[in-house]
Design a protein around this ligand. Structure first.
Ligand code: ADP
Ligand code: SF4
Ligand code: MG
Length: 335
């Protein structure tokens, strides 16, 4: 039996210690002027929080606003509305000095290792850089770089080599080492394993899980593939056109999805076994969710309505609020 109270998506978690990160009613609009104000927001009133040591998975199709949320948290994108709180401190519009102070606690791993590894610098100098910026001496920084490389499964002498001398998976391990060398508390992983082949992906995911558990790290783990998110996340937030469609414990959201869009994402996620893949394809077809780029819905109403097999007139006029359905919060009039 489902309940129908309106909730914030993180309301299911027991009131524990202060969250590491709290994102409240976040809105991000790109561009300037009246035209930008009339366009749909890239991120539209998004709520979630991350407890210390917890992984929250952020999943959605390309263009749904995942990276924009990551960038807003990292201070790389201006916020148009709402608040971002880190350890009780409002960092929504943090200035340069507040960001510098946060720089070692809040780190990122991106899809493209070249964004954090300068191809002209040795791996050792890329790893030492964040430490040197914080006043660590050269010899000490080199020692810590070697230790960190060893921890991510690379030889210590990798410090003297260049990124181009490593495979894609090894370069991603180096990016993880660079993100973790300052002992951060929160790491934003934006499509961190998406460019890797399946077996390398599994190795890097296992490494991320081990590091999280041994260091008590919080992760915001962003990916377009719900199967990848499911591996690491305790809680999952599903985005569509900048809005949260469903969020809750990973087992509930991925194992028993309630929103038509989450159901389509789960059914579309690749699985290694051909029989299961065939069953999923059948399930996907029976859902009747339209695939591909749908026309852009006019503002208001449910953003998913042009692809949704269950859409009614109500869906065109009223934005569904997130409400508790079973274990998850779901934004659908009919979930
Ligand atoms: N720098 C930018 N300027 C204008 N629009 C942008 C910019 N970056 C992203 N967008 C738009 O914002 C939306 C969300 O993008 P993004 O956060 O990159 O999505 P995702 O990471 O889920 O693929 C998309 O419609 C995208 O086109
Ligand atoms: S609110 Fe309507 S259009 Fe949106 S997901 Fe639910 S049924 Fe579909
Ligand atoms: Mg992205």
């Amino acid at each position: 039996m489902s309940t129908t109270t309106s909730v914030r998506p993180d309301a299911q978690r027991p009131a524990a210690a202060q969250p590491l990160l709290d994102v409240k009613d976040l809105v991000v609009r790109y561009g300037r002027g009246r035209k930008a104000a009339a366009a749909p927001a890239a991120v539209d009133r998004v709520n979630f929080s991350i407890a210390p040591g917890e992984t929250v998975g952020l999943v959605g199709e390309s263009g749904s606003g995942k990276s924009t949320i990551g960038k807003a948290i990292l201070g790389l994108q201006k916020v148009s509305g709402g608040t971002i709180t880190y350890e009780g401190q409002d960092i929504t519009s943090a200035g340069a000095s507040q960001r510098r102070a946060l720089g070692s606690e809040l780190r990122a791993v991106f899809q493209d290792p070249n964004s954090s590894l300068n191809p002209r610098n040795t791996v050792g100098s890329s790893l030492a850089e964040p430490l040197r910026l914080r006043g660590v001496g050269a010899a000490d920084a080199r020692q810590r770089a070697e230790d960190m490389l060893e921890r991510v499964g690379l030889p210590r002498d990798a410090v003297d080599r260049y990124p181009s001398q490593f495979s894609g998976g090894q370069r991603q391990r180096i990016s993880v080492a660079r993100a973790l060398i300052c002992d951060p508390k929160l790491v934003v992983c934006d499509e961190a394993v998406s460019a890797l082949d399946l077996s390398t992906q599994a190795q890097v995911l296992n490494l991320l899980a081990d590091l999280r558990d041994e260091r008590g790290l919080g992760y915001l783990f962003i990916a377009h593939d719900i199967a990848v998110v499911q591996f690491l996340a305790q809680r999952v937030v599903v985005l569509y056109r900048g809005q949260v469609m469903e969020s809750g414990p990973a087992a509930a959201v991925t194992g028993n999805p309630k929103h038509p869009f989450t159901q389509a994402l789960v059914a579309a996620s690749p699985v290694p076994r051909p029989t299961e893949q065939a069953a999923r394809r059948e399930a996907r077809e029976s859902l009747g969710v339209r695939t591909g780029a749908a026309a852009v819905p006019s503002p208001g109403g449910c953003p998913f309505r042009l692809r949704c097999p269950l859409a009614t007139d109500l869906c065109a006029t009223e934005r569904p609020a997130l409400r508790q359905v079973g274990g998850s919060a779901v934004a659908c009039h009919y979930a």
